[in-house]
Design a protein around this ligand. Structure first.
Ligand SMILES: Cc1cc2nc3c(=O)[nH]c(=O)nc-3n(C[C@H](O)[C@H](O)[C@H](O)COP(=O)(O)OP(=O)(O)OC[C@H]3O[C@@H](n4cnc5c(N)ncnc54)[C@H](O)[C@@H]3O)c2cc1C
Length: 582
């Protein structure tokens, strides 16, 4: 059951949700001409399907392994990485001024989706390097950029982000790694970082670690944190004093080396300051915001791959007669309950894809002069809702396989195991929900959620005047009304415990509502194209029916979340800690 890149769907969403033509009209993204976009999606789709996907199960079984300080990747990964470099993929979204191809992040995300569907563990390497490039391009001195950017942009070197320490996870401000200034302007870094993705491996000549650490006189908390670039190999070719001292055994993404990194065992780890002293969190946020959208994308990518896999299985597996339908066994795709599962998988995959692409395009618009407000608002929703959907869809897809899903040989279990990390890293989904209710709703006086809700209102009006789609309008209207009331309740509430208590169900509410809105927008475009006789009728009709299914079967969940959002914290503390432990 090979992975096939959904290029027609991706192109449709890029055009009508991300407004790629509008982005291409901006000087920064003038390279994104329609024929180039098609060629990029087609070629990346081949790389994903023919090179990355065949290694997915191999990597899962072989794992990345550490021996004598060297991390060895599973068989075939180095050769595949060379093909990735040869294709110039590492520089796709990098501005031409830094040696890249200047494509919008929205297109980069579509390519990254394909690579991640095919092999999530491997595609993480590319994702981290893209974030490192962006952080250096935005914050590093011209000298550091000259020395490090070009080889990251070609992909000859890879990048990492080093925040987490044993006592500093969600609470990054608690980190203890130290940075001592030296007379030559560099710093000596000392500390231990844990869970560092692709922290060590044998596919690249050099690894550029971006490391958060504190100067000796730095204030406590996040204000005292600075960002340093610590290369594995120094400019003179000598090995820097940093090493991988462990690789985690974990539930999924086995081919991605998750490393414990030790910096400065011999007090000689050279680091170069990126940005100003004490401004490390700001610089790291450049990388993390990119990464948060891309982690949301991992949810979409795994959902897509798991759904394709489950549909292919369900078309072949024969089991049981239809309910009330005689004695002849049928293929399980004919059973209503299996259809419900597959339709749900498909609709959620398309809804989250649209959200993440919209988010990526908002990042592009912010980079080319617009307010960052929409990107800021959408990022925690993309990250958390899409990754929850990734796990849910991978689990539903596994269910379609029955026992064959639970045993390892079909690969359905790997999707679920791989997907499970995404709600945890890049800020847990609980932290994303707090960011949404605590910061993002209030940003610019609430202007951004108000603007989004106004746009949903416009879509409802457009649906209402289309005879074929008017049936979707009440579902979306109900969801919007419930989400608006919950938003007003949260933004008008001064009790932080009550607001925090409602954060996670509220983020889900927002995600489900935005998903319904974006599918409805696609249905409107599909209906117009059908009327005009343009496009592939089967694809366009499927778009409309998927939006209908989502409106009728998934959007009603929004109303049910109103209670959990607005009931406050008291009930969550109704059992004491001892009661919980009893
Ligand atoms: C496979 C893998 C790869 C990773 N890659 C990287 C990497 O490349 N670089 C890097 O720096 N880190 C990386 N991480 C670390 C990852 O980002 C952290 O694990 C994550 O941020 C959570 O931190 P923690 O594990 O310490 O959990 P904790 O912070 O201890 O959280 C435990 C639980 O408590 C909740 N919680 C914590 N604080 C709050 C709060 N204030 N309010 C409400 N709930 C709260 C969390 O939501 C979570 O459910 C990786 C982790 C893994 C497992």
């Amino acid at each position: 059951m090979p992975y096939v890149a959904p290029t027609a769907e991706q192109r449709f969403v890029l055009d009508c949700i991300a407004d790629l033509p509008g982005l291409a009209a901006r000087p920064a993204f003038a390279n994104a001409a329609p024929d180039i976009v098609d060629a990029v999606l087609a070629e990346a789709g081949k790389l994903a399907a023919n090179v990355f996907a065949p290694l997915n199960s191999i990597g899962d079984k072989a794992h990345a392994r550490l021996a004598d300080g060297v991390v060895t990747l599973p068989p075939g990964f180095i050769e595949a990485y060379e093909l990735y470099i040869e294709g110039g993929w590492a520089g796709l979204g990098v501005p031409e001024s830094h040696g890249g191809q200047g494509m919008p992040f929205a297109l980069v995300v579509a390519v990254q989706e394909q690579l991640t569907s095919a092999n999530m563990a491997f595609a993480l390497c590319m994702m981290l390097s893209q974030g490192a490039i962006e952080a250096l391009a935005a914050h590093a001195s011209p000298e550091l950029q000259d020395r490090y950017l070009s080889k990251l942009v070609t992909g000859e070197w890879t990048g990492t982000m080093n925040l987490t320490e044993p006592s500093a996870g969600s609470d990054v401000g608690a980190l203890k790694s130290r940075a001592e200034p030296c007379v030559d302007g560099s710093y000596r870094i000392k500390g231990t970082k844990i869970y560092i993705t692709w922290g060590e491996h044998d596919a690249a000549e050099n690894i550029v670690h971006l490391v958060l650490a504190r100067l000796p006189d730095a204030p406590a908390g996040t204000k005292g944190i600075s960002l340093f670039l610590c290369p594995k190999f120094l400019p003179d070719g000598a090995r820097n004093d940093l090493r991988c001292v462990g690789v985690e055994h974990k539930l999924g993404i086995h081919a991605s080396p998750t490393c414990t990194m030790s910096f400065g065992d011999n007090d000689a780890c050279v680091g170069y300051l990126v940005g100003a002293e004490g401004a490390g969190m700001r610089a790291m946020f450049t990388m993390m915001n990119n990464a948060r959208v891309q982690v949301g994308l991992q949810g979409v990518a795994v959902a897509e791959a798991a759904t394709q896999h489950a549909v292919a299985f369900a078309r072949q597996r024969v089991q049981s007669a239809k309910f009330g339908g005689g004695r002849n066994a049928v293929r399980i795709i004919e059973h209503a309950d299996v259809r419900r599962t597959l339709m749900t998988c498909r609709a959620l995959t398309e809804a989250t894809r649209a959200l993440v692409y919209l988010n990526a395009a908002a990042v592009d618009r912010a980079h080319s002069g617009d307010s960052t407000g929409l990107a800021d608002l959408l990022t925690p929703i993309s990250k958390a809702w899409a990754t929850d959907v990734g796990v849910d869809v991978a689990s539903m897809a596994l269910q379609v396989f029955g026992g064959m899903g639970y045993v390892e040989e079909t690969g359905a279990a790997q999707f679920l195991r791989d997907a499970r990390i995404a709600p945890i890293y890049e800020g847990t989904n609980g932290i994303q929900a707090l960011d949404l209710v605590g910061r993002k709703l209030a940003q610019d006086g609430g202007a951004h959620w108000q603007e989004v809700f106004a746009q949903i209102g416009d879509t409802i009006a457009d649906l209402g005047v289309d005879a074929d789609l008017a049936g979707l309008a009440p579902w979306l209207d109900d969801a919007l009304a419930a989400t608006r009331s919950a938003t007003l309740w949260l933004t008008g509430n001064n009790n932080p415990d009550d607001v925090a208590a409602g954060a996670t169900p509220y983020l889900r509410m927002m995600g489900v509502t935005l998903g319904g809105w974006l599918l409805a927008r696609q249905a409107l475009v599909a209906a117009a194209q059908l009327k005009a006789g343009t496009g592939d009728p089967a694809f366009l009709k499927a778009k409309i029916n998927t939006a209908r299914f989502y409106a009728e079967q998934i959007l009603p969940q929004v109303g049910a979340l109103s209670g959990p959002v607005t009931r406050g914290a008291a009930m969550l503390y109704a059992l004491s800690e001892d009661d919980l432990a009893a």
